[in-house]
Design a binder for this molecule. Structure first.
Ligand code: AMP
Ligand code: GLY
Length: 428
């Protein structure tokens, strides 16, 4: 089978790496891809916002499956247009991708289906939003309704901060994403990322993972897309997995089907493990980045077969195998990330670093300039390693980081600290 992968980040490099190991694969194409993906796939300069061009490419190259990595093409309805053209696509329809594209949509669905999440209200004007914030306990969470690249969330410790966040949203700080806002209760607990393949009717949980959202060591500084991740996440016990499936994922799958917008693809639930049990923060309609990187390292089964089983609606007869190894990834980002990443600096030493035992380096934001590798984004490399323990995976990943010669970049030095603490204290 020929496969077209849409995207250009570290998540897509990890997907390309896993798909290219499939015995079912003939040729893998990627649009636009990146230099790392280019080691597994033929990168093509397709404009993925031009759905007719994507369809024409699929016909010309006899593409049997399109795997859509990022949220933007999903929310733009690429899966719908491929489906109409009779081309199989992994990723939800535009209607189903509202689970990521509209926080208000998701919150309303949770309310109707009885899914545990923070108490909330939706607003389209500042005065009533401020009134609500004033009447509720601090801290309080203010969110732009639409896609804001992970930046549209403020956890306000004071009412003044909440009011500023409300004004900023309605003043257009997040463009149309902020035309409507959600204000919700602050939930206390450790966060985890939960992934399930969903075929419209059935859901299959993937291995557990956690990421680090803050930019600096000690989980300090502004939120980012994720500075590192690891799998498994021991805090997500089999009992919690069962509860998340029964109380959050499965009711969502049923509610989406009942609304006539069955969800097909990977459903990513951001969770907070509160003292009352797991609660949903938000949904994403795609794999987490960089969680996908550690999941792909641990996946023993054939990814391509699993993606096809998802599209074909047969996940009820499907199972996945995982390696017992721990996988851990360290994100190397360009100086200035997340606010103002400096592009254009040169990176050396990747061959040396990737030659280390158990190490895979995924490209997240790079480009080639002749023989030189150049930083071309905020998050630039995902230095990923497997090991028998968290300690071993972490040592290997940081040993690889030390081999990379890139004065223009930085990374956190404490990825996996919680998991390491748990491992060292002998807790499961
Ligand atoms: P989101 O973009 O909705 O994932 O939110 C970004 C981050 O804000 C999350 O990863 C959480 O750390 C935090 N957050 C969002 N909503 C809440 C909430 N209701 N309670 C506590 N933390 C939250
Ligand atoms: N790692 C968080 C995300 O992919 O949104």
């Amino acid at each position: 089978m020929n496969v077209l992968l849409i995207g250009s980040g570290g998540r897509e490099d990890a997907l390309a790496w896993a798909i290219s190991a499939s015995p079912m694969l003939d040729t893998l194409y990627a649009a636009p891809g990146n230099p790392g993906i280019g080691e597994q796939a033929t990168c093509v300069g397709l404009d993925v916002t031009d759905h007719a061009a994507v369809v024409a490419f699929c016909r010309e190259k006899n593409i049997g499956l399109v795997v859509i990595g990022p949220e933007a093409p999903l929310v733009a309805g690429l899966a719908d247009d491929l489906g109409k053209a009779g081309i199989k696509a992994f990723g939800p329809s535009k209607a189903a991708a509202q689970l990521e594209g509209s926080k208000g949509f998701t919150k309303d669905l949770c309310r109707e289906a009885g899914i545990p999440t923070a108490a909330y209200r939706r607003f389209t004007d500042a005065a009533s939003a401020k009134g609500y914030a004033a009447a509720h306990a601090l801290p309080i969470v203010v969110k732009a309704d639409g896609l804001a690249a992970g930046k549209g969330v403020v956890i306000a410790e004071t009412l003044a901060e909440a009011n500023d966040a409300i004004d900023a949203c309605f003043a257009g700080s997040f463009g149309s994403a902020g035309a409507e806002i959600v204000i919700e209760e602050f939930m206390e607990g450790e966060e985890a990322s939960f992934f399930a393949l969903v075929d419209g009717r059935h859901a299959l949980a993937l291995a557990t993972a956690q990421d680090h959202k803050r930019v600096f060591d000690g989980d300090k500084g502004p939120n980012t897309g994720g500075m590192g991740a690891y799998s498994p996440a021991a805090i997500v016990t089999p009992e919690i997995t069962q509860r998340v499936m029964a109380e959050i994922i499965e009711p969502t799958v049923r509610a989406m089907a009942a609304r006539g917008m069955p969800y097909v693809g990977v459903l990513y639930a951001g969770l907070i493990l509160t003292k009352d049990g797991p609660k949903l923060i938000e949904y994403n309609a795609r794999f987490g980045d960089p969680e996908c990187q550690v999941l792909m390292i641990r996946l023993r089964s054939d990814l391509l077969t699993a993606l096809i089983a998802t599209c074909d609606g047969v996940l009820d007869t499907f199972d996945l195998r995982w390696y017992d190894d721990v996988a851990l990834t360290v994100v190397m980002a360009a100086d200035g990330y997340p606010a103002t990443p400096q592009k254009g600096t040169e990176i050396k030493g990747l061959e040396r670093a990737s030659a280390l035992e158990g190490v895979e380096i995924f490209h997240a934001g790079t480009r080639r300039d002749g023989d030189r590798l150049i930083a071309d984004g905020g998050r630039v490399l995902n230095v990923t390693a497997r090991g028998r323990t968290v300690a071993e995976a972490r040592e290997r990943a940081y040993a690889a980081v030390r081999q990379i010669d890139w004065p223009g970049g930085f990374c956190r030095s404490d990825i996996g600290w919680r998991a390491l603490q748990r491992e060292q204290s002998g807790a499961k």
